[in-house]
Design a protein around this ligand. Structure first.
Ligand code: PGA
Length: 253
């Protein structure tokens, strides 16, 4: 099976609208590699600006989070129809910062995943263990639980259309990425788990991104792993040169 490489940049809480337009334009101008899906996920306030800057390009637009209700009295929340209206095709769900800093549960992640699919957005569902969980040899248990909860209610067709991101929390923003072998071990385990829960066809079609201190330098060796299909990039996506370097490295594997 050939899975198209996918590189997503999570801008987190960075960039004013002016800065966002400049970065998105620089990415569009510098994008050479064909055959790779590329996405940027700016903060909510910059979505429409970035949508405008991306128009006519093949860079997709995603949001960093979403609420599961379509509308209502949920102060501060943003819904799937609002994201679609702003030009999004994708949304990141269950990022570890949402889970850790904002108390997001597996249940909330599952609801958001469901809402995204029902509303026509592709969810990029994030899973990953803490350092303590890894040291206690609980990585697979934690990751499989998160994958199971997020995918439980999805049909095979729905499950194969989402994107998963394995992001070990000890590797996020630390400069200490998982080794290619560590990433591959977990990606392979996720793929086998999904084969058991949703079947071989879903499992082999499903794209699993790695995230956590991805840089242009380490992308090639990560991408060379058979079950690594791309990256969810944080720090290194905030400048066009390093983000484009990662995109380029992912295509050369
Ligand atoms: P990082 O973040 O690349 O800065 O480690 C990755 C992420 O949180 O998605």
């Amino acid at each position: 099976v050939s899975r198209r490489p996918f590189i997503a940049g999570n801008w987190k809480m960075h960039k004013t609208t002016g800065e966002a337009r400049a970065l998105a334009s620089a990415i569009v101008a510098g994008l050479a590699s064909e055959g790779i899906d590329v996405l940027v996920a700016p903060p909510y306030t910059a979505l429409t600006t970035v949508a405008d800057a991306l128009r006519g390009s093949r860079v997709a637009l995603g949001a960093q989070d979403v609420h599961w209700e379509r509308q209502g009295a949920y102060t501060g929340a943003i819904s799937v129809p609002m994201l679609k209206d702003a030009g999004c095709t994708h949304v990141i769900v269950g990022h570890s910062e949402r889970r850790e800093l904002f108390g997001e549960t597996d249940e909330a992640v599952a609801r958001k995943t469901r809402a995204a699919i029902d509303g026509g957005l592709v969810p990029i569902v994030c899973v990953g263990e803490t350092l303590v969980e890894r040291e206690q040899a609980r990585t697979m248990e934690v990751v499989e639980r998160e994958v199971e909860r997020a995918l439980r209610a999805l049909s095979p067709a729905e499950a194969s259309a989402i994107v998963l991101a394995y992001e070990p929390m000890w590797a996020i923003g630390t400069g200490c990425a998982a080794t290619p072998e560590q990433a591959q071990e977990v990606h392979r385990a996720i793929r086998r788990f999904v084969a058991r829960s949703h079947g071989d066809d879903v499992s082999s079609a499903l794209r699993i991104l790695y995230g956590g201190s991805v840089k242009p330098d380490n992308m090639r060796s990560l991408m060379a792993q058979p079950d690594v299909d791309g990256a969810l990039v944080g720090g290194a996506c905030l400048e066009a040169a390093s983000f484009l370097g990662i995109v380029q490295a992912s295509g050369a594997a």
